[in-house]
Each structure stands twice: as structure tokens, then as C-alpha cells.
Design a protein around this ligand. Structure first.
Ligand code: SF4
Length: 353
């Protein structure tokens, strides 16, 4: 683990904070862009590596700041090519990201919190409780580190904020991260169309996501208020199913966009034909697609994965009603890197028999 640092991490600075910082040093404004480029585009790990800055500038910079990158993430590879990255944070906490290959795509699933304050009953992360929000540099570092780890013929194609935590509960850092990821002059230049933010249903904050221009996925998982309260108690308290769907109906979609609804299928709980038919009714009038996620089991969970037959039956009911419904392939299950399985190392005691 890296030693705790008292120096300010440069990657935690937004562009305006960086400009303010360089002005305070009486450096020219263009130094801000120069430093941001080194951080984002050149992925430097030390200030010494910022070789087009004058030596005395680098010395001064290193006196009060650090780059803010993590050190030596642990990489656990699944048999299907999925890689789970474990990051040690400066305060000893651990977070996870997952690199998921799928045909032409290579998606990075990014975390926004250590743990999660919501308590979705089918999710391992939820059992940890919320330890804290991630800071900007800790979010960006997951993407930069994943890029460092890519093989020469690999290119990341999609970013999804679906890792540990509820992204909309750390909205300011999420917004700042999207700016860094998409900025062209100094940032990573990602297209907003390739970035998806997933929420468990913080209805009152959906409008702010719309302003980011990224894709929105809503984790639904239930078709009645009662069932959603049972499966996602904390999220239901923040917004009822009715309120959430009303917010989705009002969501200002651009012409190329549609909402994604995520639906984790739990055997014998929410995977019956009657649930599928109710889901069709609930989503009427919303431009959307549905991702069906057969539950990924983890030790200690009371839920079971449904049979392939019931998954396909559920999907065909949605499709017959004209909904685009896809069954998400489960990746990385053998390393607990699949959806809802993140957090096993920190939640170690859960894994004891
Ligand atoms: S599913 Fe998402 S929102 Fe729910 S507990 Fe897990 S990480 Fe939190």
C-alpha cells in the first residue's frame, strides 16, 4: 500500500481549481492546461515526468502536490477474459472496477463510492454499508489505470458507472469526472454516448444526469411498490416506483437516446410471466430498452439464479409486447466481478460460512 500523502492530488482538481492554483503560484494560465494534459492524456505517475514544465516549476509543484494515482492495483482475471481491478486507497480502503470484454466491446465498470448506503438485497456491495464517497482523483484513476493495463490491441469502448456505490449519491464528483473523461483539449475525449450512469432510482436527481448528456440506466428490479420495497428498501424510501417512473417519463431524452432499465431476475421472486406482463404495462410510453440480468449468486445470498428457460420466457414476453429486451451475459462470475458481486474483499466476513 502506498504511504498516506498529505500533498494535494492534482487529479482531484477540476479545471477551474487548477487555473486558480497556477494563478496563486503566479504561473501563466496555460500551465493549467499543460498539467491537466500530463495527468489525463499522458497518464503520468510522477511530477518529475512532466518534462515540458521548467525544472523549478516541477520542484515547486512537488512540494505541495502529488499526481494522485493509485499504486499496484491487484488484477484478478476471469476465465472469460473479464478482469477485476482492486485498488488500495490512501486511507486503506479498497474499491473495485471491472474490465468486461464482449465481442467488439471492452467496457469498464467504474465505482463511485466505497460501499453503498442503499441496501439492495441482491447486491453484495450493499451489505458493506457506505464507507465514503470517492474523490475525483479516485474515480479518474480507475479509468487511467485500466488504460495502462490494456494490451496493445485493446481499446476501451464503453464506460459504465455501475460499480460500487450509487453514482447519483456522489453527484458532484460524478459530474466532475464526466467533464475530465469527455474534455477534448486536456481530458480523455470520450464521447458522451459511450458513457452510462446507472442509478437505483434517485428520482429527484435524474434531471441533473440529463444535463451531462450521458446515457442513463435505471435499476428497476420490481413491478410493484411492495416488491420494490422488499428488494430495494432504501431506494424505495427515496422514491416510490410511481415517482421514479414519473421522473423517467419526464426525462428529457435527446433524439438518439433512450433510457435503459436494468432488471435483475431472481428465481421465483420477480421472474414470473406475470411480472414480465406488469413490466410491459409500467414501461408503456417510455422510450427505453430493458437489460435483463440473471442474478449472479454470491456466498450468503438468499436469492438464486433463474433457469435459462425462465429468463428466455421473460424476455420473449417483453419482446412480444414490442420492448427491446436483452439478456445481459454474465461476465466474471468466477472472480465475483459480475453485476452485484463487487465488494467481496472488503466484505470478507460475509464470505465465511
Ligand atoms: S445495487 Fe447499486 S445501489 Fe443497490 S446496494 Fe448495490 S451498489 Fe448500491
Amino acid at each position: 500500500m502506498s504511504p498516506p500523502t498529505t500533498q494535494a492530488p492534482l487529479l482531484a482538481f477540476t479545471e477551474s481549481q487548477m487555473v486558480k492554483f497556477v494563478r496563486a503560484q503566479r504561473w501563466p494560465d496555460y500551465r493549467a492546461t499543460q498539467i491537466m494534459r500530463w495527468l489525463y492524456q499522458r497518464r503520468v505517475r510522477t511530477i518529475t515526468d512532466m518534462t515540458d514544465l521548467p525544472l523549478h516549476t516541477r520542484v515547486l509543484l512537488a512540494q505541495s502536490t502529488s499526481v494522485g494515482r493509485s499504486h499496484n492495483p491487484t488484477v484478478i482475471s476471469s476465465q472469460d477474459g473479464t478482469r477485476k481491478l482492486l485498488f488500495n486507497l490512501d486511507d486503506g480502503m479498497t474499491i473495485e472496477s471491472v474490465l468486461i470484454p464482449d465481442d467488439e466491446r471492452l467496457t469498464l465498470c467504474v465505482s463511485t463510492q466505497v460501499g453503498c448506503q442503499l441496501d439492495c438485497s441482491f447486491c453484495l456491495t450493499g451489505r458493506m454499508g457506505l464507507k465514503r464517497n470517492l474523490k475525483l482523483h479516485e474515480i479518474i484513476d480507475q479509468v487511467l489505470t485500466a488504460q495502462d493495463l490494456l494490451k496493445a490491441d485493446e481499446r476501451m469502448t464503453n464506460l459504465v458507472f455501475m460499480g460500487m456505490g450509487e453514482p447519483l449519491a456522489n453527484l458532484d464528483m460524478l459530474k466532475a469526472a464526466v467533464v475530465g473523461l469527455t474534455n477534448k483539449p486536456w481530458g480523455l475525449g470520450w464521447s458522451r454516448r459511450r458513457i452510462t450512469v446507472s442509478t437505483a432510482g434517485l428520482a429527484s436527481r435524474l434531471r441533473e444526469v440529463a444535463g451531462l448528456g450521458v446515457n442513463l440506466a435505471v435499476s428497476l428490479n420490481a413491478t410493484t411498490e411492495e416488491q420494490r420495497r422488499e428488494l430495494m428498501p432504501a431506494a424505495s424510501e427515496l422514491a416510490t416506483l410511481k415517482t421514479l417512473l414519473a421522473a423517467c417519463r419526464r426525462y428529457p431524452l435527446a433524439s438518439h437516446q433512450r433510457l435503459t432499465f436494468e432488471y435483475v431476475l431472481l428465481a421465483g421472486v420477480n421472474d414470473q410471466p406475470s411480472h414480465a406482463r406488469r413490466l410491459v404495462q409500467l414501461l408503456k410510453g417510455i422510450r427505453c430498452m430493458v437489460n435483463l440480468i440473471p442474478f449472479n449468486e454470491f456466498p450468503g445470498s438468499r436469492f438464486r439464479r433463474p433457469s435459462e428457460q425462465s429468463v428466455l420466457q421473460f424476455q420473449s414476453i417483453l419482446r412480444d409486447a414490442g420492448l427491446d429486451a436483452f439478456v445481459r451475459k454474465s461476465r466474471g462470475r468466477d472472480v465475483l466481478g459480475a453485476c452485484g458481486q463487487l465488494g467481496n474483499l472488503i466484505a470478507g466476513p460475509l464470505l465465511q460460512p
